[in-house]
Design a protein around this ligand. Structure first.
Ligand SMILES: [Zn+2]
Length: 261
């Protein structure tokens, strides 16, 4: 079984000292491929750099809604150039975040739409972020439905209506260690059963979202791709299926999403 972590923020400063050891632990844990999330132009360039240096890594290129206020006329041409890099498998992370509101909503919407239009134009898969942004998020995607490339709603933490809104748009669904959190993720144990098998993906979102039930808890509670099998086991248990089966299936889905089959 070779797993794919579809989202890890390996450009985060907490990995600066020991990235090689982190990648070795991931390999030992059966995580064969990791997609490094780009969240700004600078971080996307850095994600590509480390993907160039490590055969098990791919990268995304995009601007996270938190950084939408930093975008300007040069942003989309720069993303178009980065997206052409052979290690870049998706545009993103892009989307809407009406929870933290680090960027004003008009900026978020403008640059989300611009990145969606770029993805439609070049046919690149999308790595999407949405937090407290329904129904706007679904409206913006729905307006481009006919042209939309394959896309994943990464780190799904929502309720049933949100899940079905995404499934209706044809999105893949990324499940993180949120599902291991007995306080705020318990509803996902039920909901994950409603995700069609060919749409389910797993991810760590490292260094964030360390599974709460992981024992012992890692130093500084830093999450890393080697913990993906822990998330997989929780998902498989919730589905009443074996981790091997679900692991193979989610890896196949990831290759399908990113067009690397
Ligand atoms: Zn996100």
């Amino acid at each position: 079984m070779t797993l794919v972590d579809i989202g890890a923020n390996l450009t985060h400063s907490s990995f600066r000292e020991d990235l090689e050891a982190v990648l070795a632990r991931a390999r030992d844990a059966g995580v064969g491929t990791i997609c490094v999330t780009g969240t700004s132009l600078q971080e996307s360039r850095r994600a590509i750099e480390i993907a160039e240096a490590h055969p098990q890594l791919y990268a995304t290129a995009g601007v996270h809604p938190h950084h939408a206020r930093e975008c300007d006329d040069a942003t989309i041409p720069a993303l178009r150039a980065l997206a052409a890099h052979p290690r870049v498998v998706a545009l993103g992370e892009c989307g809407l975040d009406f929870n933290r509101n680090y960027s004003p909503h008009p900026d978020q919407e403008k640059w989300f739409e611009a990145q969606l239009d770029l993805a439609c134009e070049i046919g690149k898969p999308l790595f999407l972020h949405s937090r407290d942004a329904l129904p706007r998020f679904a409206e913006v995607l729905g307006a481009r439905r006919a042209r939309l490339p394959r896309a994943v709603a990464h780190c799904f933490t929502g309720e049933k209506a949100e899940l079905y809104a995404y499934l209706d748009l044809g999105l893949y669904i990324g499940i993180t260690g949120w599902i291991c959190d007995e306080r705020r993720g318990a509803h996902l144990l039920e909901l994950v059963r409603e995700i069609p098998r060919e749409r389910l993906l797993i991810e760590t979102d490292s260094p964030y979202l360390t599974p709460r039930d992981l024992r012992p808890q890692p130093r500084a509670r830093r999450n890393e791709p080697a913990f993906l099998p822990h998330i997989l086991r929780t998902v498989a248990r919730a589905l009443g299926r074996t981790a091997e089966e679900v692991g193979d299936e989610t890896a196949r889905n990831a290759r399908m999403l990113f067009g690397r089959s």
